[in-house]
Design a protein around this ligand. Sequence first.
Ligand code: GRF
Length: 204
Amino acid sequence: MSKHILGILCSGRGSNMQSIMAAIESGQIKAEIGIVLTDKPEARALQVASEAGIKSVCVNRKACASQQEFEEKLVAELKAANVTLVVLAGFMRILSPYFVDAYRHQILNIHPSLLPSFGGAHAHRDVLAYGTKVSGCTIHFVDEGMDHGPIILQDTVPVLDGDTEETLAARVLEKEHILYPRAIELFVDGRLELLDDRHVRIKE
Ligand code: GRF
């Protein structure tokens, strides 16, 4: 079986990308990173990837005339790099059905809450405002809905008295760095079975 080639999309810091790089390095994930793409030239992930010798390209959303043009450029880069699994790691853009269709069932996302609760861009703020006692993170396949596709893995953290967005985010991020590599490992090892448009079974 030929190795999966990952295309990682980031908008900022890229710490999840780094946890994936480390998991490849250690042999946990038997895949390679073909390309790292960002939508912003200032994304730290670009620098981290190029320092690691990984091809990295910014497709500047602001320089594109339309969402369609932006996504066509992303897909062209991914196809040129022979990407077989698209990994959204802190990519803060909603993707249209055009993109989802180009990599149907081959796009993963991480979200820092227990979906379907607290989707959207301000998960930690919304968790604290609501007053839930647990939060966590979710890895899911991407479909046409926002933070919506079938769930692969979730893990929880407590929400503590006195938590701020920063303290809660840091606690969740520790879990993210374990969970995302694990989900990618399951995908590349062929252990994820999509039963229908909501249910993922993890094969033994
Ligand atoms: C993570 O919390 C991720 O769940 C969310 O954005 C953050 C990105 O962090 N979607 P990083 O860029 O991976 O450090």
